[in-house]
Design a protein around this ligand. Sequence first.
Ligand code: UDP
Ligand code: MG
Length: 305
Amino acid sequence: MKVSLIIPCYNEEGNVRPLYDTVVRTFENAVSDYEFVFVNDGSFDRTPDVLNDLVATADKPVKAVHFSRNYGKESAILAGLNEASGDCFTIMDGDLQQGPDVVVEMVRYLEEHPECDCVTAFQESRSESPVMVFFKDSFYRIINRVSDVEFVSGASDFRTFRRNVRDAVLSMPETSRFSKGIFSWVGFETHYIPYTAAERLTGTSKWNFFKLWRYAISGIISFTTTPLRLPLVFGGITGSAAVASAVFDKKKKDRALPAILGTGSVLLFAIGVLGEYIARVFQETKHRPVYLIKEVLDNQKERSE
Ligand code: UDP
Ligand code: MG
């Protein structure tokens, strides 16, 4: 079974070579047929040079896909899936936080369980700040309550799956891509294994609280329309409160200001929710490509030419 390792890279100059070396060492007696598909997501450090150098010198099959600019990790994953040629596909980060030994475990599981289509690694314990853990847990609680598909807490994009899952994921045409949701939506038999994320080898995380917040909102908008119905509920509550105060408030104290403020904020909230969905509809109707490729280097092609 040929394994395609899909590795999105955004400014990972210090990590690409060590990642390649660690994978080759770990796979030595465990996985024989595999290829690397690095997607350079518009890095502005030396990542492009390091990747091209790797393509030129590596013993193993290596492909480097260079984007025309930074399109985001989700786009890089999509490009990797399009460019990979394996029988099964592993998505892993380019910073060695996700150990190649776990990939061996995932591939082995797929080999031993023909009925299983996808193995997903999830983080049992996270070494993050309590605030971050609180927001992430809240995100999973909310999205699982309002969405039809299940989101497993701690499950990342670190997964290995067969061609049927890849084809299903590629058949989803949306431009706003939220992998966690897409993989849940396509279904298939999924097995979960725990793993512990290591510290990033070099460089810094590309995520900050604001980016994660936008990502979470984007996930909710992409996989449920429940927020669109919330204004109905709030409208019902404020409407009932207005009627109740008119009927029962005999003293007729001046309640105008809180009522106006309350109603105003509910209306603004409703408009905001509508805006989020309309923005998404607008973006999807433009049918722009999810990414544009500047160049693809492939040591298999170059050596056969
Ligand atoms: N990444 C990417 N494009 C981006 C941001 C991140 O391809 O715009 C890649 C990054 O190079 C890494 C992976 O996505 O391989 C995960 O990013 P990061 O390590 O910053 O996330 P964290 O591990 O902190 O959640
Ligand atoms: Mg990382």
